[in-house]
Ligand binder design. Sequence first.
Ligand SMILES: Cc1cc2nc3c(=O)[nH]c(=O)nc-3n(C[C@H](O)[C@H](O)[C@H](O)COP(=O)(O)O)c2cc1C
Length: 392
Amino acid sequence: MHRRNFIRLAGGGTIAAATGTLAACGVAGPHYPAEAVEAWQGPVGETEVRRRAVAYAITAPNPHNLQPWVVDLREDGVITLRTDRERVLPHTDPLGRQILIGHGAFLELLVLALAQQGAGSEVQLWPQGPLPEALTAWDDRPVARVTLQPAGQPDPLFAQVLQRRTPKSDFDTARPVAPEVLAALLASQRPGAPLQAGGTVDDARLGPLRALCWESAQVELLTPRTMMESIHLTRVGPSEILRHRDGISLNSPFVRAVAALGMFDRTAPPAEGSAAYESAMGRFEGHSRTAMGFVWIAGGNTRADQVQAGRAYARLQLRATALGVGMHPMSQALQEFAEMAPHYERVHQLVLGRPAPRSADDATVQMFCRIGYPQGEVPATPRRPLAQFVRA
Ligand SMILES: Cc1cc2nc3c(=O)[nH]c(=O)nc-3n(C[C@H](O)[C@H](O)[C@H](O)COP(=O)(O)O)c2cc1C
């Protein structure tokens, strides 16, 4: 019967009918199940300083919400951070660069949360040397060793940790981002930080950068193996979201209706013209078109630089949270797979005015994000339970 309604009311009425059916079954709205987002309440019931800090750090932004972190707390006064080698993106992130940016974001939140509890941190990156370039050669060596120190200075950005969200929605095109707001954002970096934050709200630059976002997104969506990587990580509806608590969580009535009707095929990229195809394309087109400014993090491209880029990005997004501005990474042009190469070159030309890097010492754009004002509430995304990250 659901299916008959869907087909008979083809067009706009289709969605309304399907949504109505789900609502009648008592399924909740687009928010994620409470248990899946419990991390956003902070370290409930945790008393140990390091465990409390880790409970904040797992809310860090990270690619495709894979949450690729493992922390070892077996040595007193030390937190050792490793990467979970199962949680990588070989097609869209073949060098693991974005995964390591997610580790940097985790480290920044960890340091902020330790400082808030009065503990300083000495962060040593790659204590046993950096991971090799090929993902397949990655081993168990630590990304960082954090040693607790006697005195930590709380940082006002800590107040934003549990409020931070990544808005994956169209921004309000009636609300420009003021140059002063951009300046305040870029001032979020630690003195002497090794990577630089930059940005623009200049009308003349927005057009080419929006076009870059949209055209590079089409490459990711139309390249079967990169599109399939996202599809495999998509969790639809409350029970799948609760089971995984990671990946790309979709819980809107429309997507749940399509899935409930058996029309969300996850075995192949969506066919051109299908509802899923139009929906994916429409989202990226809207995100690109409504970018009201851009910010980026640039510097070198060693493994240490990649982790440092994540620390810088976390601070930028926390400051955006304090200012009420939405910040949403548009990483497609930065992805190092062959079909993306022209856009990788173009993003470096448009942002830095120079060619794409040829070596790890060349200037590299590490993060590229649109900014603007979200038009509605942005939901917190799921996180796995704390125990799954900790080796104690
Ligand atoms: C290195 C990196 C790259 C990212 N690239 C994208 C992207 O291209 N598109 C996107 O929608 N989100 C991107 N994100 C944001 C993540 O999807 C987001 O952090 C994750 O889903 C968790 O959501 P939250 O930030 O709201 O907690 C990126 C995040 C990081 C750290």
